[in-house]
Write a protein that binds this ligand. Sequence first.
Ligand code: SF4
Length: 374
Amino acid sequence: MKNLICQKCPNGCNLALEWENAENVFIAGNKCASGIVYAARVISKDNKTRIHAREETPLFSRETLKAVAGLWQVRLKKLHHNIPVQGSPERSVFRVVLEDNSGKFFLLEQILPKSLEHKRQIATTLDFLAKNNLARIQPYMADQKGEFIRKHKNNFWQIIPFVRGVTLDREKYMYEKWRAPALADFLVELRRKSGYLPFLDSCKVFSLKDYVYKLIREINLYNKDIKDEIKDIAFFLEKDFMPAYEKLPVAFCHGDYHPMNIIWSADDIKCVIDWEFSGFKSELYDAANLIGCVGVEDPQSLTGELVNSFIANMNKAGFISKTSWKYMVEFIVALRFAWLSEWLRRKDSEMIYLEMDYMRLLIDNKNSLQKIWL
Ligand code: SF4
């Protein structure tokens, strides 16, 4: 028996690995299938070792999961602990793919009690948008009383039909032009279909500006080694962008729109997932996050066909004001503070310095990027 801490997300599950023989290992303690992928990477250097999840996990028995699925009239036939699930594992306490008696697949997730209200709001929003005919989303399932979240023995659960996708090739995708219209169409449709969301308070607007300043204050206190570099970046933002920030139009945004939060088919978007940060934000938010995330994979792609065609499609739709477009580079830089915060939280020095290099690259190339994009 060997124990391993999974480092794929902050949950840090304690993985127990038990060798049946040289090629077969059983895993326990993982709260999601990403733990299996992580363990395979660590122990299976020759790619010959197979890692298997047991039907019974120490976390929840089959009987428990069967009872939970039954709350939505889903009749459990088989648990698929080995099927990896896209989207950040830290959004739930535990998640597993299951198959029902008719061969349909579902994703069952246990959620933290403290996130109940937030999760309910996300489920209500997705349900509303789906009823408003927004395509490429998958709403959570409601039980017979219309509840999206159910309690079972002190634990809270939600369930959603499981969508399988084609794995994104992270070496190539950022140059694939065909993805651009789909990425732009989704944002345009989201804007059209989210103009009226009666259950959300449109006065509650996330301020990226406040977020950046708060993080800078924390960096000045706890990360003194990078505070000078951050001061330079803040200086760039303070020239024009920060004073203009409040004037930028606001819209309902996905909040974490990037290609890894999308389940892709071979030629289109199947489903946009992970709505954890959705809400009212500056209208540039999703477009800027997308471009920033594509560019961080390979900065050359910032002027590649995917990004250029995405911007052209967004421009054609005319949903983003000229004023907002003017601040695209600054907005991407400001948004990278959210990613920097994540690397600081994980104490990942390599990513912290990579992120700051990326911000610097965006700042240094602002004029040429603007010329190409606008
Ligand atoms: S939740 Fe999944 S990804 Fe996160 S630490 Fe546990 S096994 Fe790893």
